[in-house]
Design a binder for this molecule. Structure first.
Ligand code: SF4
Ligand code: SF4
Length: 410
């Protein structure tokens, strides 16, 4: 059975289509929108997520990492930011042996922890009634003696935040640095060495490390979706497949949609439209509603802010409008990027021409910005303000001139 890479299953969603829904997030996206609030959905591979604010500095991850990719670095109380991960390359600290790290007798080697080394990252166990709702948050394995593990002195190569080169993370860390006059140690990762094996995540006692992106079967996804069938029936809801770009896994998505329709569940697909037309065409008969993202009309600006031009997206939207009559255009409103009247008018004009009469305008927010640092990535829109209520109302009025039914929010 074909598996797919999923990074989240969101229950009780009310912003991704009608009623109460389960939103399944498929990993991988061809766009690189600078405002993306799901950066964990961009890569088509599993990734390490590091929460330095949860880190105890116990050093277990340093001990078990087979690639020598982790070391402990100092973080002074009062520091407003974490120690950023290194991104690899020639300037990344070389610390494969952590030579001054003493033995930590209470921290067992990974192969000796029963059940941990064999725990698969794949969540393809559809018959497990206790399967977690959120696939990237597995149960924390029991780590004997972990709480007794003495502190491990930091690597001589890591002498504080200023000594970590090539750093671009921005995650704030405060939970373990509050005590005045103290210096905490936190785990820092050289992502150029990390192969995302997951051993550090399996053993971290505080879930300061996770692997996002799990291979799952259609059976597993359908089991999660159908758990809330009663809510769908009472609210007119269903399931929404989002991402990332769900159509980057077209065969997996097609299987999921067919299975949901066979169960009588309303289906929605949230897409960027930047996929081969054939992928859209084959899922259309099994999709009750398309949530189709329209970022901006100018191809050059689209390229600048998303990494791709909008030709394929608009061509696919035109094609879809001829074979499907339930499409809601979703327009993120990014101040200074696409909120000018000219772009909004052009968007409204196109939608009216295509007979797409519903739109949702989604005000920019930076809620996902902290995720970038946890992934060792840089958030590019740090100074962008949220649009005012007045600005959103003005955009709504412009679109309504084209006889569109416009909703602010998802
Ligand atoms: S990330 Fe987890 S295992 Fe590593 S030092 Fe911090 S608390 Fe310990
Ligand atoms: S996931 Fe990366 S950092 Fe963690 S143990 Fe594996 S190689 Fe080391």
């Amino acid at each position: 059975m074909k598996q797919g890479l999923v990074f989240n299953v969101q229950k009780y969603s009310v912003h991704d289509g009608p009623g109460i829904r389960t939103t399944v997030f498929l990993k991988g996206c061809p766009l690189r929108c600078k405002w993306c609030h799901n950066p964990e959905g961009l890569s088509s591979e599993p990734e390490l997520v590091a929460f330095q604010s949860r880190c105890l500095g116990c050093g277990i991850c340093v001990q078990v990492c087979p690639k020598g990719a982790i070391w402990l670095s100092s973080l002074n109380s009062g520091d407003s930011q974490s120690v950023p991960d290194a991104l690899g390359g020639p300037h990344a600290p070389d610390n494969p042996d952590t030579p001054d790290t003493p033995d930590t007798p209470d921290a067992p080697d990974a192969p000796n922890v029963p059940g941990v080394q064999d725990a698969p990252h794949s969540l393809d166990a559809p018959d497990t009634s206790d399967a977690p709702d959120v696939p990237h948050a597995p149960d924390t394995p029991s780590v004997p003696g972990a709480q007794d593990t003495p502190d491990v002195p930091h690597s001589p190569h890591a002498q504080g935040a200023a000594d970590v080169p090539d750093a671009q993370g921005v995650t704030r860390a405060t939970a373990n640095t509050d005590a005045p006059g103290t210096t905490k140690r936190v785990a820092v990762t050289d992502r150029g060495k990390c192969n995302v094996c997951g051993k550090c995540a399996d053993l971290c006692p505080t879930q300061a490390r996770e692997i996002t992106g799990k291979l799952v079967t259609p059976d597993w996804v359908i089991e999660q979706v159908l758990k809330d069938r009663v809510f769908y029936e009472q609210s007119g809801g269903g399931v929404t497949f989002s991402g990332g770009e769900p159509l980057m896994q077209p065969e997996f998505l097609l299987e999921l949609l067919k299975r949901c329709k066979a169960e009588g569940t309303h289906t929605a697909v949230d897409t960027s439209g930047y996929v081969p037309w054939e992928s859209i065409e084959q899922v259309a008969p099994f999709t009750d509603l398309f949530l189709y993202d329209i970022k901006m009309m100018d191809p050059a600006r689209h390229m600048e802010y998303t990494g791709v031009s909008n030709g394929l997206i608009l061509d696919n939207l035109a094609g879809l409008s001829k074979i499907h009559n339930a499409i809601i255009a979703r327009i993120p409103v990014i101040p200074g990027v696409n909120d000018d009247a000219s772009n909004i008018e052009s968007t409204g004009e196109l939608l009216a021409q295509l007979g797409i009469m519903q739109a949702s305008i989604l005000p920019y927010h930076d809620i996902g910005s902290d995720k970038y640092g946890r992934l060792g990535k840089h958030y590019a829109l740090g100074d962008t303000a949220k649009p005012s209520d007045e600005a959103m109302s003005s955009i709504k009025e412009i679109l309504e001139r084209f006889r569109l039914s416009v909703k602010i929010g998802g």
